[in-house]
Design a binder for this molecule. Structure first.
Ligand code: AHR
Length: 508
């Protein structure tokens, strides 16, 4: 059966700018994300530049990776940056107690991370240690990275081989402070965030955008407490804002409870729908946290940064449970597409987002084979690739009519998700058919500007759990989509069951 939905888009009514930073990434010292994923060392047979994998850099440059968050996650609040600078052979070791209880040799530290960001052309987002660190330690890390003169930390950086300071735009104050980052109460953390932020100084021309560790899922009290902590500093907010400029939010999508999140492959159709319904929950979370923020910050100067999101499945059998390695299928791709639609709709408040995590961990863009070193681009990677046209474009409202829904537990899941943006004479429309079984057509009712041309891409596969492997690199890969036809209202688009489609419009 084929059913038709209408999407009305006013092409001449651009809204808020979709920051390219919502397409940000996250790399933690966890499993094979840093070691084996980004970092292979200079002596590796895998092609590398100063120890950093060249193929991974090339793949991420191709999707215009805008920023990279590091070193955690939970690891960030155990990490003492001085252990990761200086001659590699004499760096102290530590236990990575959160992730696999393995010994970390600190081969990849500050200089290696900044080198990686320079190779990627991405802005660094450094996550500072509030949980087990000190104010002085964090303050000195900022000085080490960003100060130009002969201050003690700038001199130490120079002695370690880097003459010029780096530019570091994004700075995290702790991570999940309600959990692995110290098990703090909201009130306690709000005070600490103000204190730490004060000592994370702007050196020279480097302006830090400080992001306070935010809420877990629907913990509105956490967001409210952080926002309230701005009150007596309201005078500063007229200028560059302070003490911190954003609060974060973490939300993971799974098909079951934390104790049994569901498998990455071989899942049922019911689990597909539960996953889609849970992915759609991001929209509700953004609305609710934004509403709380609006009470304190109606002009939306404080940003909401979703610096951890994505799917979290049961670990792959036979892998270290602490390494969070999981396969990535067409289902993950649709989860990503639904999240981006929500981020686009909340462009006024959501200034950055970071999928967890870039390589070999959770909802990865890239999987690398531990034995052969082969690189696989996942279905999720392809959604990032198909969406680059949304980077820094103006959001367009998409008014969906006649969308079928499906009952999933207590919620009604709309079976189509959509968003759009415009940049100059080009618009990009993103369309997801979340229906596991049914093809549908969608009419794009395009108003306000003339459409003089279009191209389209589609990402789909026969099986819901189709995925790419070293043996089959392109089992799920975008192809040109011939299913877009002229229609009296604009265009009619065929949306195969369980597919993601982008339509690029040429405007006059
Ligand atoms: O991304 C994996 C972990 O999930 C992060 O370290 C932590 O912040 C979150 O709980």
């Amino acid at each position: 059966m084929t059913t038709s939905t209408i999407a009305v888009i006013d092409l001449d009514l651009p809204g808020a700018t979709i920051s390219r930073h919502v397409y940000g990434h996250f790399a933690e010292h966890l499993g094979r994300c840093i070691y084996g994923g980004f970092w292979v060392g200079e002596d590796s047979p895998v092609a590398n530049v100063r120890g950093i994998r060249s193929d991974v850099v090339e793949a991420l440059r191709a999707i215009s990776i805008p920023n990279l968050r590091w070193p955690g996650g939970c690891f960030a609040d155990d990490y003492h940056w001085r252990a990761g600078v200086g001659p590699r052979e004499s760096r102290p070791r530590m236990v990575n107690s959160h992730w696999g209880d393995v010994v970390e040799d600190n081969a990849f530290g500050t200089h290696e991370f900044m080198d990686l960001c320079e190779l990627l052309g991405a802005d660094p987002y450094v996550s500072g240690n509030v949980g087990s660190g000190s104010v002085a330690e964090m303050s000195e890390w900022v000085e080490y990275l960003t100060r130009a003169d002969d201050s003690p930390m700038a001199a130490l950086r120079r002695a370690n081989g880097r003459e010029r300071p780096w530019r570091v735009p994004f700075w995290g104050l702790g991570n999940e402070a309600w959990g692995c980052g110290g098990n703090l109460r909201a009130e306690q953390f709000a005070s600490l965030a103000r204190q730490y932020a004060t000592y994370c100084r702007n050196h020279g021309g480097n302006l830090l955008y400080r992001i306070a560790a935010g809420a877990n899922e629907a913990d509105l009290h956490w967001t409210e407490t952080l926002m309230r902590s701005f009150d007596d500093l309201a005078a500063d907010r007229a200028g560059s804002a302070g003490p911190f400029q954003a609060v974060s939010l973490h939300y993971y999508t799974m098909a079951g409870p934390w104790s049994d999140k569901g498998d990455a492959t071989g899942f049922s159709t019911d689990q597909w729908y539960v996953t889609m319904a849970r992915a759609r929950r991001m929209e509700e979370l953004l609305t609710r946290h934004s509403t709380v923020m609006d009470r304190y910050d109606p002009h939306r100067k404080v940003g909401l940064v979703v610096d951890e999101w994505g799917t979290w499945w049961n670990v792959e059998k036979g892998t270290n449970p602490g390494f969070l390695y999981q396969q990535n299928t067409l289902r993950d791709a649709l989860v990503a597409a639904v999240h981006f639609d929500a981020f686009h709709r909340h462009a006024e408040r959501v200034v950055m987002a970071n999928i967890a995590q870039t390589v070999n961990v959770l909802q990865a863009m890239i999987l690398t084979d531990p034995d052969s070193g082969a690189l696989v681009l996942t279905p999720t990677y392809h959604v990032f690739a198909m969406n680059t046209g949304h980077h820094d474009a103006a959001a367009l409202a998409v008014h969906l009519r006649d969308v079928e829904t499906r009952a999933v537990g207590a919620t009604e899941l709309p079976l189509v998700s959509a968003s759009a943006s415009v940049k100059g004479d080009t618009a990009l429309v993103s369309l997801s058919n979340l229906d596991a079984d049914t093809d549908r057509t969608l009419v794009l009712d395009l108003r306000g500007r003339d459409v003089v041309g279009h191209t389209a891409r589609v990402l789909t596969a026969k099986a819901l759990d189709a995925h790419n492997t070293p043996e089959q690199l392109d089992a799920v890969a975008p192809t040109d989509h011939a299913g877009v036809h002229p229609h009296p209202r604009g265009l009619e688009v065929e949306l195969p069951a369980h597919s993601y489609v982008t339509v690029a419009l040429e405007l006059r």
